[in-house]
Design a protein around this ligand. Structure first.
Ligand code: SF4
Length: 75
Protein backbone atom coordinates (compact mmCIF):
# COMPACT_ATOMS: atom_id res chain seq x y z
CA UNK A 1 0.00 0.00 0.00
CA UNK A 2 1.16 3.55 -0.76
CA UNK A 3 0.12 6.63 1.15
CA UNK A 4 0.06 10.09 -0.36
CA UNK A 5 0.26 13.21 1.77
CA UNK A 6 -0.61 16.29 -0.26
CA UNK A 7 -0.02 19.79 1.16
CA UNK A 8 -2.74 21.49 -0.79
CA UNK A 9 -2.40 25.01 0.64
CA UNK A 10 1.00 25.33 -1.14
CA UNK A 11 -0.31 24.27 -4.57
CA UNK A 12 0.50 26.76 -7.35
CA UNK A 13 -2.11 25.33 -9.74
CA UNK A 14 0.30 24.29 -12.50
CA UNK A 15 -1.75 21.25 -13.67
CA UNK A 16 1.25 18.87 -13.74
CA UNK A 17 -0.30 16.30 -11.38
CA UNK A 18 -3.62 16.45 -13.23
CA UNK A 19 -1.88 15.78 -16.55
CA UNK A 20 -0.06 12.73 -15.16
CA UNK A 21 -2.95 11.22 -13.16
CA UNK A 22 -6.33 12.82 -13.90
CA UNK A 23 -8.06 9.90 -12.23
CA UNK A 24 -6.48 10.97 -8.92
CA UNK A 25 -6.12 14.75 -9.22
CA UNK A 26 -8.39 17.48 -10.53
CA UNK A 27 -8.34 21.27 -10.57
CA UNK A 28 -10.70 23.26 -8.41
CA UNK A 29 -12.54 26.05 -10.22
CA UNK A 30 -13.08 27.70 -6.87
CA UNK A 31 -9.47 28.46 -5.88
CA UNK A 32 -7.34 27.31 -8.86
CA UNK A 33 -5.51 24.64 -6.85
CA UNK A 34 -5.57 20.94 -7.51
CA UNK A 35 -7.25 18.46 -5.18
CA UNK A 36 -6.67 14.80 -4.52
CA UNK A 37 -9.91 13.00 -5.23
CA UNK A 38 -11.62 11.28 -2.28
CA UNK A 39 -8.83 12.14 0.16
CA UNK A 40 -9.13 12.90 3.87
CA UNK A 41 -8.02 16.24 5.32
CA UNK A 42 -5.58 15.97 8.22
CA UNK A 43 -4.26 19.34 9.34
CA UNK A 44 -2.55 21.00 6.35
CA UNK A 45 -2.46 17.69 4.42
CA UNK A 46 -4.83 15.60 2.36
CA UNK A 47 -4.19 11.90 2.79
CA UNK A 48 -5.13 8.90 0.67
CA UNK A 49 -3.96 5.29 0.40
CA UNK A 50 -3.43 3.55 -2.93
CA UNK A 51 -2.64 0.00 -3.99
CA UNK A 52 0.96 -0.80 -4.96
CA UNK A 53 0.42 -0.91 -8.78
CA UNK A 54 -0.36 2.83 -8.75
CA UNK A 55 3.13 3.64 -7.43
CA UNK A 56 4.84 4.49 -10.73
CA UNK A 57 2.17 6.95 -11.82
CA UNK A 58 1.90 8.59 -8.40
CA UNK A 59 5.67 8.85 -8.14
CA UNK A 60 5.77 10.59 -11.55
CA UNK A 61 3.14 13.07 -10.38
CA UNK A 62 5.14 13.76 -7.21
CA UNK A 63 8.39 14.25 -9.14
CA UNK A 64 6.71 16.57 -11.66
CA UNK A 65 5.24 18.81 -8.96
CA UNK A 66 7.33 22.02 -8.94
CA UNK A 67 6.09 22.93 -5.46
CA UNK A 68 7.23 19.53 -4.05
CA UNK A 69 4.06 19.12 -2.02
CA UNK A 70 3.13 15.54 -2.99
CA UNK A 71 4.78 13.00 -0.67
CA UNK A 72 4.66 9.25 -1.15
CA UNK A 73 5.22 6.72 1.59
CA UNK A 74 5.16 2.93 1.32
CA UNK A 75 3.09 1.46 4.16
S1 SF4 B 1 1.77 19.54 -9.67
FE1 SF4 B 1 1.91 20.36 -7.59
S2 SF4 B 1 1.75 22.56 -7.77
FE2 SF4 B 1 1.08 21.69 -9.72
S3 SF4 B 1 -1.15 21.55 -9.55
FE3 SF4 B 1 -0.31 19.59 -8.87
S4 SF4 B 1 -0.02 19.75 -6.65
FE4 SF4 B 1 -0.32 21.83 -7.48
Amino acid sequence: MIQIAFQRNKCIGCYACVEVAPEHWAMSRRDGKSYLRKSLKRGDFFIKNFPEPEFEKLDRAARNCPARIIRLKKL
